[in-house]
Every structure is written in structure tokens, then in C-alpha cells.
Design a protein around this ligand. Structure first.
Ligand code: BTN
Length: 238
């Protein structure tokens, strides 16, 4: 597996995107990102000490493109499994792209498509701490364990877990993977606001459905969402 170790870069996702024809799992990891990107054009505050990395995944011609909508969820499972092995505690997956520990965000995922490959970008708060005004919202492995960890070691464990879960997926294991996601579903039974740009729907988040969409109960009726951002407005209500 080819690894580009970078001192400073705008964004590891952009770096991999700019490689003409990357090999499968070709990876970039940076100490510093000057223009880290999140979803919906947001910037990702890249603190030194975080594991900031991206890798390429070649599109499988035999897999229908709709199946790739599940990719962020597969990456989420890989991060959950890797973190659990590194520091054994409870982690939750917040649909569609975040990982939480102790009700605080510890990791974010950004999946992008270029030509015939995907760029899977992951930021994990590893040794960074002191989140300032975000301290009620963010945490890191160091804050949780009191120990410094090797950033690249953490990143490689995630890639390793991704390879495993991706094979499980290709071999028809989605139902089991989905059960795992739903048993760590951060949004389950929380009151949420779903911003779908043209309007904001309010309801109670339920399970993640077989097609990867989020079920939200609105006045007793389940609606499925596959776009937009979910905002939590209240703490767990059930
Ligand atoms: C989000 O929370 O919106 C997703 C954040 C993803 C951040 C990672 S850091 C490594 C990679 N490079 C980027 O520019 N973004 C991803």
C-alpha cells in the first residue's frame, strides 16, 4: 500500500483527488492541513495531533452505483471497529458521517467521487486536545485515555478495518453490518431537525434503513431521508 506522508498540505482529500490514477488504497496522511474540508463545503478544523488521512478506493464495475451510497456507513463501521480496538469504550455512529464518544465528536468522514475512484477522507482526534469553545462538542483519544498514540498507527488500523468490512459488504454481509450500525446509532430516539434545504422537517430519528437512509418518525409516520444534514435539537428522549 502506497503511503504519502506529508508535513503540510491543503487537504489530503484534494491530494488524492489530484493523483491521475491512484492505486487502490493509495493513502495520504498529513501532520497539518491548511484547508481541511468537511461535508457541504464546510471547513474541517485540522488541529495538529489529529490523524488526517485519505485513501483511494477504485470503483468496482460490477457493483451498482446505488450501493456506493452506503460507502460512508461502511467507513463509519471501520472507524467504530478500529477505535474500539484502540481504546475499548462506547462509540456511536452519527448518520451519515460522524463518530461520537461520550456525546462528543471524535471523528468525521468525507467521501468524494472522482472519475472511477472514490476518495475516502477521515479525520480522527487522536493527540489533539483543548478544543476551546468546542470543548463541549469535541473530544480526542488522548482526552479519553490520557495517552499519546501514533497517528499513523491509528490511521492504518482504520484502513485495515475498512478493507475487512468492504469485503464483508461485497460478499453480501450488509444486513449484519447494518445491525452493527443500528446498535451504535447515535441519533436513535433523538428529536432531530432534518434540513433538506427547501424546508426543515422535525421528528424523532429511528433506525437506519436497509438502503442506508435514515428513518424519522413524524406524527406517527416514518419518513426516509437520504440527503441533507440532520441536526439534533434535544437530548435522548426515550
Ligand atoms: C465532516 O465532519 O464534515 C467531515 C470531515 C472530514 C475531515 C477529513 S480530515 C482528512 C480529510 N481531508 C479533508 O480535507 N477532509 C478529510
Amino acid at each position: 500500500m502506497k503511503i504519502h506522508r506529508l508535513e503540510e498540505i491543503d487537504s489530503t482529500n484534494t491530494y488524492i483527488k489530484n493523483i491521475k490514477s491512484p492505486s487502490n488504497y493509495e493513502m495520504a496522511i498529513a501532520k497539518v492541513q491548511t484547508a481541511g474540508r468537511g461535508r457541504r463545503g464546510n471547513t474541517w478544523k485540522s488541529m495538529e495531533g489529529a490523524a488526517l488521512f485519505s485513501f483511494a478506493l477504485k470503483e468496482d464495475r460490477y457493483l451498482p452505483i446505488e450501493e456506493y451510497r452506503k460507502l460512508p456507513l461502511l467507513v463509519g463501521v471501520a472507524v467504530l471497529r478500529a477505535l474500539k480496538k484502540i481504546l475499548d469504550m462506547e462509540y456511536k455512529f452519527k448518520w451519515t458521517n460522524d463518530i461520537y464518544a461520550t456525546q462528543k465528536k471524535i471523528s468525521g468522514i468525507l467521501v468524494e467521487k472522482v472519475d472511477d475512484f472514490f476518495v475516502i477522507g477521515i479525520g480522527i482526534n487522536v493527540n489533539n486536545s483543548g478544543f476551546g469553545e468546542l470543548s463541549h462538542k469535541a473530544t480526542s483519544l488522548r482526552e479519553l485515555s490520557g495517552e499519546e498514540l501514533d497517528r499513523e498507527g491509528v490511521a492504518l488500523k482504520v484502513v485495515d478495518e475498512f478493507k475487512r468490512v468492504y469485503i464483508e459488504f461485497l460478499q453480501g454481509g450488509w444486513q449484519e453490518i447494518l445491525l452493527e450500525i443500528n446498535s451504535n446509532n447515535f441519533l436513535k430516539d433523538r428529536e432531530v431537525e432534518v434540513d433538506i434545504r427547501t424546508r426543515v422537517d422535525k421528528g424523532i430519528a429511528r433506525n437506519i434503513a436497509f438502503d442506508g437512509t435514515l428513518e424519522v418518525e413524524i406524527e406517527g409516520i416514518i419518513k426516509n431521508y437520504d440527503i441533507g444534514e440532520v441536526h439534533i435539537s434535544y437530548e435522548k428522549i426515550k
